[in-house]
Design a protein. Sequence first.
Length: 64
Amino acid sequence: MAISLSVVLLLAIVLVVLMRGGSIKAGPAIVAVLFGFFLASTGMAPSINNFLNSVADSISAIKF
């Protein structure tokens, strides 16, 4: 729950900054789509959430 809430908040901030800058292109569009999936909790949201959790787990397992 903490990771998904953090992701939604981060994506919302990024989306607002990109919209205010007027640079909505492919990258910002992907951010908007991900924000929509998390916010709406559609049927695809659990799959995206699982994917992002596995990415977060993989990143946290990296030892520098």
